[in-house]
Design a protein around this ligand. Structure first.
Ligand code: GDP
Ligand code: IMO
Ligand code: MG
Length: 429
């Protein structure tokens, strides 16, 4: 079983980092395959809390090699800030490898991200303003600058100058401030020199690791419903977080991916705009946000809350070939007298099969709910399935039955060990 993939099954912030940190104990390599510093991944170890954006969540284990794969877009300022902060806390990042084929984010990408959001007006996506979309657009337009270019500082400086001038035309035409070309060239020449020792052929590295029988974990950022193809377009990110993206963004072919873990909260959240059929407004939603501390790690924005949605999760199973689910934050529901599980959709009064492929359909969805009695007791100390109250077990079994793949891990707290390993005997079809 060489390669495990962890993907978000909802709209992000499902607790991927915590599950990756848990699984990393049995893996020697953890590699990011898409996205960039729009991700905010939190790992809690005892009293210590680590908020990661670019560095893979396996970094906390000294014998795990963290890899930034070819599919990632890398902001060098954030990368070194993160390395410095981790090293100041005694976490060594010297093992980090950054793919020579990953693309770099520059200040004009951030400026263009903000400009695009302004131009969208009421239709704005609510991006993280990190320059992710414009950096991937440059990659697709074949104008991007790859990490490997830093190995030739003279050519790197020329590339930066050329791209800065080209993007300044766009910014000037829109009447927004341009970037200071000389200052960017100077700053990124220094950052490039610092990056050089980390640059590697990560595709060869990952294949060699697999060939040597080592266990590799591919860490997804964002989530299935933020996927450029499978998400609620245009309210999505600009990469493919789904399992197919794990292959493309790491260079490990699809046949090597054999365990694909979808992460879902016991409810749902979404940051930014876009359809959300099971969204909760009012007091119930506020309680989920308060208890679950649903504020973005990166932007501090309040996350929109809602009930768990098994229609989404069934779709996530299909597009990712999920072999199992990890169900996080079950403890957040501890004080609710009853909890709801969305089991189906109705559109214009009719039952709808599958996941709507158009945003106008999603806007008209009426969720069909199954209501489960709450357990109204704390799950914080539970570590074994038989320690979970009956109502909580019924909740997990209902999700498994509705989604059709086994739940293997249940989260009952933010801390590293606050999990219940679950095995109902169900196997993925
Ligand atoms: P990611 O982006 O998917 O890695 O998730 P985030 O780290 O952005 O957000 C998940 C938040 O929930 C973090 O603050 C975690 O520490 C926390 N968390 C993860 N699992 C659990 C859990 O089972 N229970 C509770 N109460 N908190 C959790
Ligand atoms: P993790 O890895 C939640 C959302 C943004 C916005 C949309 C596009 O922590 O789960 P972008 O800056 O990517 O162009 O923004 O995607 N978004 C996330 N939401 N968790 C994330 O990452 C996200 N990364 C991007 O809020 O709606
Ligand atoms: Mg997050």
């Amino acid at each position: 079983m060489p390669v495990t993939v962890v993907v978000g099954a909802q709209w992000g912030d499902e607790g991927k980092a915590k599950v990756i940190d848990l699984l990393a104990r049995d893996h020697s390599v953890v590699a990011r395959y898409q996205g960039g510093h729009n991700a905010g991944h939190t790992v809690v170890v005892g009293q210590e809390k680590y908020a990661l954006q670019l560095i893979p969540s396996g970094v906390l284990y000294p014998d795990v090699t963290p890899v930034i794969g070819n599919g990632v877009v890398v902001d060098l300022v954030t990368l070194f800030d993160e390395i410095d902060r981790l090293e100041a806390r005694g976490v060594s990042c010297s093992r980090l490898k950054v793919s020579s084929q990953s693309h770099l984010i520059f200040p004009w990408h951030q400026a263009l991200d903000a400009l695009a959001e302004d131009q969208r007006g009421e239709g704005r996506i609510g991006t993280t303003l990190k320059g992710i979309g414009p950096a991937y657009a440059d990659k697709a337009n074949r104008n991007g600058i790859r990490a490997g270019e830093v190995l030739d500082p003279v050519a790197f400086a020329e590339s930066i100058r050329r791209q800065a001038l080209a993007h300044n035309h766009t910014l000037a035409a829109a009447g927004v401030p341009t970037v200071d070309v000389d200052a960017v060239v100077d700053r990124y020449t220094v950052l490039g020199r610092r990056l050089a020792p980390y640059v590697a052929n990560t595709i060869d590295f990952l294949h060699d690791a697999v060939a040597a029988g080592e266990h590799v974990l591919l860490e997804g950022a964002q989530a299935t419903f933020l996927d450029l193809d499978h998400g609620t377009y245009p309210y999505v990110t600009s990469s493919n977080p789904t399992a197919g993206g794990a292959s493309a963004g790491s260079g490990l072919g699809p046949r090597l991916l054999d365990r694909i873990v979808g992460i879902t909260k016991a409810y749902t959240t979404r940051v930014g705009a876009g359809p959300f059929p099971t969204e909760l407004y009012g007091e119930l939603g506020d309680r989920l946000v308060d208890i679950g501390q649903e504020f973005g790690t990166v932007t501090g924005r309040r996350r929109r809350p809602g009930w768990i949605d098994c229609v989404m999760l069934r779709h996530a199973v299909r597009v990712n070939s999920l072999t199992e689910l990890a169900l996080t934050k079950l403890d957040v529901l501890d004080t609710f007298d009853e909890v709801k599980i969305c089991t189906g959709y109705r559109i214009d009064g009719d039952e709808y099969q599958g996941y709507p492929d158009r945003i106008d359909l999603l806007d008209r969805v009426e969720p069909v709910y199954e209501t489960i009695e709450g357990w109204t007791t704390s799950l914080a100390e539970c570590r074994r399935p038989d320690e979970l109250p009956l109502a909580a077990r019924r909740f997990v079994e209902t999700v498994e039955r509705e989604v059709g793949v086994p739940v293997r891990i249940i989260g009952v707290g933010a801390e590293r060990d606050a999990v219940v390993e679950w095995d109902s005997g169900l196997v993925a079809p």
